[in-house]
Design a protein around this ligand. Structure first.
Ligand SMILES: *Cc1c(COP(=O)(O)O)cnc(C)c1O
Length: 389
């Protein structure tokens, strides 16, 4: 490497400040490491952030765990079908299989890269129990259409909002849209992070009760209440074979401060997206789908697609950027291409032409709050070089 080579520009980086560090240290010194007062505070703060009265917010150790708990609480089980998008991470679908139910994958709308509501409706069978839309990249799915279909057919809706904090749909924050459950992720590269973590949100008190019980071994302290006024601190009952999905106070210490910065982070990400829009203008790249109307885009991802005019293929484009010291990614290798999903359901690419086409042409460019304008221009310059073969 020559001495004037620029440092590698990663695809994603978290932004952890002194407040997060101090809060983690405070937790470590407090003597209470696992789920406790900081997690309670994080949940309360999260409910306040969403701002809709009556929401139950439950911290969990991943969004995958949260999606599993949500579907379990809704009673999804063997013989049931759950409809979701093929254009997602395997988490969205694997949780359906944990419960012994079947996944029905459908294609995306190429204009939004989110699940196509028309195809959801066409995929409904007498076995269908739920729809799991994904707010791809931080752009909300067409929730009005999806909730309308769910209502008409008596289906449950669990939003995979792993990319969508904060995003809006019809002016309402994702998490307050009226689905049965919404699940956010705080994985290391998401819009806010606790290292690993997630939040399950519901308005339904009975779902909340089941999720709270199942996230910690199926343990309940409610039964004792029936006989005495006061539950002794040592008493619990096991009402189901639950899971170990609780979030630690160490993680929640990070989350409390990350959440406070979520609006500023979104603002910074949207500035980066706007800078990319200008800097990449004129190149044979389709820009990412914008949010509908005046809605907020969380900009978890900045996904471009090579047009037919691009002189090179997607893989060569990524290699060229990499040679310029820039990290990229591909979101996603669609589920219908993955051996497990393909073989289990006998899927082929021709059933999902829009997702397949997007997959073959798309690249996720670096986007994170600590990126500078100079970083954006550097990526754009490297893209220009790659595409001027
Ligand atoms: C990251 C992600 C998940 C899983 O989140 P974890 O917190 O890592 O379990 C689920 N769905 C989508 C679309 C994701 O990007």
């Amino acid at each position: 490497m020559t001495s004037n080579a620029l440092p590698f520009l990663p695809f994603a980086l978290p932004e952890i400040g002194e407040e997060e560090i101090a809060e983690v240290v405070d937790t470590l010194r407090s003597g209470w490491l696992t789920t406790g007062p900081k997690t309670k505070r994080f949940e309360d703060d999260f409910a306040a952030f969403l701002g809709q009265p009556g929401l139950h917010c439950m911290a969990v150790n991943s969004a995958t765990a949260g999606l599993h708990l949500a579907l379990e609480a809704l009673g999804i089980g063997p013989g049931d079908e759950v409809i979701t998008t093929t254009h997602t991470f395997t988490s969205t679908a694997e949780v359906v299989r944990y419960l012994g139910a079947d996944v029905v994958l459908v294609d995306i709308d190429p204009a939004t890269l989110c699940i196509d509501p028309k195809l959801v409706e066409a995929a409904i069978t007498p076995r269908t129990k739920a729809i799991v839309p994904v707010h791809y990249g931080g752009r909300a799915a067409d929730m009005a259409a999806i909730l309308g279909i769910a209502l008409a057919h008596g289906l449950k809706v669990v939003e995979d909002a792993a990319h969508a904090l904060p995003a809006t749909c019809g002016g309402q924050l994702v998490g307050t849209l009226g689905s049965d459950t919404t699940v956010f992720s705080f994985y290391a590269n998401k819009t806010i992070t606790t290292g690993e973590g997630g939040m399950v949100v519901t308005r339904d008190a009975s779902l909340a009760k089941r999720i709270r019980t199942m996230r910690l071994h199926g343990m309940s302290r409610d039964a004792f209440d029936r006989f005495t006024a006061k539950v002794p601190s040592w008493y619990y009952e096991i009402v189901a074979p639950g899971f170990k999905y609780n979030l630690t106070d160490i993680a929640s210490a990070l989350g409390i401060h990350q959440l406070r910065r979520a609006r500023a982070f979104q603002q910074r990400r949207s500035e980066i997206a706007a800078a990319y829009g200008e800097a990449l203008h004129g190149l044979p790249l389709t820009p990412p789908p914008e949010a509908a109307g005046a809605d907020l885009h969380a900009w978890h991802l900045y996904v471009v697609r090579l047009t037919d005019e691009a002189p090179i293929e997607r893989d060569a484009f990524i290699e060229s950027l990499y040679a310029s010291g820039i990290g990229c990614s591909v979101h996603y290798i669609p589920l219908h291409q993955q051996p497990y999903w393909r073989d289990r359901y006998g899927l082929s690419a021709s059933q999902f032409p829009h997702s397949q086409r997007a997959y073959e042409r798309l690249v996720s460019l670096p986007i994170y709050t600590r990126m500078t304008r100079a970083d954006v221009l550097r990526v754009a310059a490297a893209a220009r070089v790659a595409l001027s073969v």
